[in-house]
Design a protein around this ligand. Structure first.
Ligand code: FAD
Length: 448
């Protein structure tokens, strides 16, 4: 071995220089986004040297169900927002990473334990565990500016296990933040809320429906969580009010679920709604979403969060002032795993120099144009800055085109759209359907 090292030094000094030229990349979090980042980084060992940091002791992030709420055994806030009976609201055929299908024998709408197992299998299949430092929380990230040299990142980590609270500083060429965005509850300010005498809960802490046995439950918010939880709770509750400011859902619903407009104010035992009506309730469940949380990014990272908008991120991903800092998974109302796959490949193309990013000024212009178009032309509220819905397919394709990778197969879009249309008409039963992908364009509906 020594002989070959000496030879390579004499005859091929570039070989050794190449090794030292590897880009050290820190990946924060080992949920779906962090795993796909590690999988793609490790696929180019001649370019990247990845290290993953995960504050819990396992992969899969939010899919690791726990009955606990509040703090975990190490005093960390519980990260997962899974509840006991959750089955996916997307069919597994659309959820999969393009290079790793779910097992064929599973139904289309699967239990959360199957998603966790899928992510663990993904990590095993692509040998990702070797890169991950578990029980290690990233507490601070700061840029280190160097004269005429590319910027470095200082990543400070802290052990979370008892007796291991040591802080360590590590240096990286790039950082990919994959910390998840469904952990810090967003609760609207409502007059009178502090005086409400009933039970108040956010969907982050919802685990089992039995806690609402015989209660009159008001759920605020009718996104996926609000709809699913209303159906989960209805068999136990006396009545469920599904309150929201969208158009009324036109679907069959159990007889003890009724819809109503949003809340104006909270009374001690009830609510005043936007249409002026008053309802009596003894439980209030907020399905009002989550806040973006990046407290570990120091103020010198120059990331702004205001009104659920994170700036300045080119294509919702790459920091325009520090293009070696990127965030995966910010966008809402998406098919997450395929989009994470696209976002990661986009970042890697930029880091590897396969894609040349526009100038900082051009990237910032692009961000503002996207925001202007959303808010002025499409009439979206400013807090919808990262909301995708039907925009996600063009967005994913644009990333693929810019970075030069295979786009997500079109069948993912057509099946996603098909399910979306049927779901809103038949909320209680749409998860009984079963699909199979025929090819990259078409799917079969095996059980309608
Ligand atoms: P997470 O899974 O949250 O992972 C983030 C990881 O980062 C965690 O492991 C966390 O411990 C770690 N971390 C955070 N901060 C730090 C730090 N400072 N240092 C170290 N580690 C850190 N998607 C679907 O495709 N289909 C569905 O049916 C579906 N249903 C959902 C239902 C619920 C209730 C929720 C909450 C989400 C659902 N999703 C669904 C969306 C889901 O969030 C995404 O699919 C995806 O799993 C998100 O992955 P992530 O890696 O971005 O975040």
């Amino acid at each position: 071995k020594l002989y070959s090292i000496v030879c390579s030094l004499i005859y091929n000094p570039v070989t050794l220089t190449d090794d030292t030229m590897l880009l050290r990349v820190a990946v924060i979090g080992a949920g779906a986004a962090g795993l796909v980042a590690l999988r793609q980084l490790s696929a180019s060992p001649q370019i990247f040297d990845p290290v993953g940091y995960e504050m819990t002791d396992n992969v899969s992030g939010t899919w690791v169900y726990t009955e606990m709420t509040g703090m975990d055994k190490h005093g960390l806030p519980i990260h997962s927002s899974m509840y006991k009976h959750l089955r996916t609201n997307l069919p597994k055929e659309t959820m999969a990473f393009p290079d790793f299908p779910f097992p064929k024998d599973l139904p289309s709408f699967i239990h959360h334990t199957d998603v966790r197992k899928y992510l663990e299998d993904y990590a095993t299949h692509f040998n990702l565990y070797q890169y991950i430092k578990f029980n290690t929380k990233v507490v601070k990230i700061s840029p280190i500016k160097r004269d005429k040299e590319p910027l470095l990142w200082d990543v400070v980590t802290c052990g979370v296990l008892k007796g291991d609270s040591s802080r360590t500083s590590h240096q990286f060429d790039a950082v990919i933040v994959c910390n998840g965005h469904y952990s810090v509850p967003l609760i609207p300010e409502l007059p009178g809320l502090a005086d409400f005498e009933g039970m108040i809960m956010h969907s982050h802490n919802y685990r089992i429906p039995e806690v609402f046995k015989d209660k009159v439950v008001a759920i605020l918010g009718a996104g996926s969580s609000g709809q699913d939880m209303a159906l989960d709770i209805a068999p136990f509750a006396k009545h469920v009010y599904l309150l929201h400011n969208k158009e009324r859902l036109v679907t069959v619903l159990p007889s003890n679920i009724s819809q109503g407009p949003g809340i104006v104010s909270v009374l001690r035992n009830g609510l005043i709604l936007k249409d002026g009506s008053e309802i009596q309730t003894n439980s209030l469940l907020f399905c009002t979403g989550y806040r973006y949380e990046f407290s570990f990014l120091g103020s010198n990272c120059r990331l702004n969060i205001a009104n659920e908008r994170v700036t300045p991120l080119y294509k919702h991903i790459i920091h325009t002032k520090y293009p070696t800092l990127s965030i995966i998974g910010l966008c809402k109302q998406i098919c997450p795993f395929p989009q994470f796959h696209c976002q990661v490949l986009f970042v890697l193309a930029a880091l590897a120099g396969k894609m040349v990013l526009p100038s900082q000024e051009e990237m910032e212009k692009d961000i503002e144009e996207d925001f202007r178009w959303r808010t002025e032309e499409e009439g979206m509220p400013p807090r919808y800055a990262h909301t995708m819905g039907t925009l996600q397919w063009d967005y994913n394709n644009e990333l693929a085109k810019l970075a030069g990778f295979e786009p997500v197969p079109r069948v993912v879009e057509s099946l996603y759209d098909y399910v979306h249309k049927h779901r809103v008409k038949n909320l209680p039963h749409y998860k009984k359907a079963r699909f199979e992908l025929k090819n990259n364009e078409e799917f079969l509906e095996l059980i309608p």
